[in-house]
Design a protein around this ligand. Structure first.
Ligand SMILES: Cc1cc2nc3c(=O)[nH]c(=O)nc-3n(C[C@H](O)[C@H](O)[C@H](O)COP(=O)(O)OP(=O)(O)OC[C@H]3O[C@@H](n4cnc5c(N)ncnc54)[C@H](O)[C@@H]3O)c2cc1C
Length: 284
């Protein structure tokens, strides 16, 4: 439980962090809240020679409405999102998702950027970010690029971030806010991670579903958009029958995880049940 020896730097600007990362490449790791990286280092699953702590960079922690987006700095903690009155008002899915993570200590230290960059298959944020059609802004020595949430999660613990890139900001289109939203999750009793977590962002017109985003985590190697559910509901009147039938598609086309806690069959069942409950809650 003791990490290998490493050096530590705490730059105060993003430019400095990016240049350190470019210089040290795969030998370096970004340190955000440390709630995933430090345990991995103690288990020697990660053995970076240099930790670049981005916690002292002031302008990486914020929530603001700007240029058509709700912009969230990568170092914004789960607690800051959970407790923001404005976020709760315009995008309650983000508050609900943040509030469901781990315990108070984890929410106080852990960051949305760290969670997304880590891409744990049972992490909560990926489901919400997918349901909201968010974009992620990555910065490197060669500039900045925007990655759609649907392209960001590549595999277990693997994202579209290239070597040398730092996740700087998460952008939720303001058009996706002010919708009917819900996050339903079965937490693992020990860690709080999602055995299954379902995020729903629903827009209605005359009682029918005019648009819906359903993001699911915990079920497969990476979080995904449940497109089968979305297609079944688009244009439909939202009642128990249509929602129940659509929810049966929650795990269509994905290879379902099995572990000591939940078999693949049980997880499929949970995905269907939690999808139905989350959509019913959003539709109320
Ligand atoms: C006891 C416990 C319970 C938990 N329960 C839950 C839970 O219920 N749900 C849940 O979703 N999570 C849970 N977590 C994880 C927690 O949410 C962490 O916040 C998250 O895993 C990582 O965020 P972090 O800020 O700590 O990142 P770190 O641990 O510092 O970093 C994680 C990884 O991401 C990289 N990284 C970090 N920030 C950036 C960036 N801006 N750009 C590029 N790369 C970056 C790091 O190099 C590292 O590889 C739990 C953790 C613990 C310890």
């Amino acid at each position: 439980m003791i990490p290998t020896q490493f050096d530590y730097v705490a730059p105060t600007t993003l430019a400095e962090a990016v240049s350190l990362l470019a210089e040290h490449k795969d030998d370096a790791k970004i340190l955000a809240g440390g709630h995933s990286l430090i345990p991995a280092m103690k288990l020697r699953l990660a053995q970076p020679q240099l930790l670049i702590d981005i916690g002292r960079i002031k302008d990486l922690s914020y929530v603001r409405e700007e240029a058509g987006h709700l912009r969230i700095g990568a170092m914004t903690t789960h607690y800051e999102l959970e407790s923001s009155a404005r976020v709760r008002e315009i995008c309650p899915l983000l508050s609900a998702c943040a509030g469901s993570i781990g315990d108070v200590q984890v929410r106080n230290r852990g960051t949305i950027g760290g969670s997304l960059a880590h891409a744990d298959p049972a992490a909560d944020w990926p489901a919400a970010i997918l349901a909201l059609d968010a974009e992620l802004v990555a910065t490197s020595a060669s500039g900045e690029r925007t990655i759609k949430a649907t392209d960001f999660f590549v595999d277990m613990l693997t994202t579209a971030l290239a070597p040398g890139e730092i996740l700087r900001e998460i952008r939720v289109p303001l058009a996706q806010t002010h919708a009917s939203q819900a996050y339903f999750k079965l937490p693992h009793p020990a860690s709080g991670f999602a055995v299954v977590g379902v995020a729903v962002n629903l827009t209605r017109q005359n009682g029918a579903c005019s648009a819906i985003g359903v993001g699911i985590t915990g079920v497969a190697v990476k979080a995904y958009r449940a497109t089968g559910v979305e297609q079944s509901l688009n244009g439909q009147t939202l009642d128990e029958q249509t929602i129940g039938a659509a929810a049966l598609h929650a795990a269509d086309g994905v290879e379902i995880n099995a572990d000591l806690f939940a078999s693949a069959d049980y997880r499929r069942h949970l995905a269907q049940v939690y999808t139905r409950r989350a959509i019913m809650a959003a539709a109320k």
